[in-house]
Design a protein. Structure first.
Length: 123
């Protein structure tokens, strides 16, 4: 069993983060006889999972849903996040293509370049 301070130090986060995760339902922690949080191996693993899901971009409501006991609900949240991340990747690749072109553009002003104008018109 570990204290909240020990778990926070192990994960490299603040104790208030663990409390917040518990308050919003993303983490379940047992209490000892004095009411102190007591992290067993399962709670520690759950905290690690929450941290990893947060680091890959899930919001706390998404984390809670992704850790749902219902596999289909968890998969739906993860699939939606994958789709959102894939969309972000496409947008970033388009941004890189535009910026590369502007660096290499032979026109003095971007407004003079038909290729730049095409990039600008794209959503």
């Amino acid at each position: 069993m570990k204290t909240i301070g020990e778990v926070a130090a192990e994960l490299g986060i603040e104790t208030h983060v663990l409390r917040h995760w518990e308050n919003v339902g993303a983490l379940t922690v047992r209490r000892d006889g004095n009411g102190y949080r007591s992290y067993d191996d399962n709670a520690l693993e759950q905290a690690r999972t929450v941290l990893k899901l947060r680091r890959v971009g899930l919001s706390l409501p998404e984390v809670t849903a992704a850790m749902s006991a219902t596999k289909s609900a968890a998969q739906a949240v993860v699939r939606a996040k994958i789709a959102a991340l894939e969309s972000e990747v496409v947008q970033r690749q388009q941004a890189i293509a535009f910026l590369r072109h502007t660096v290499e553009c032979r026109h003095r002003y971007l407004d003079d370049c038909p290729d730049c104008a095409t990039f600008v018109r794209e959503a």
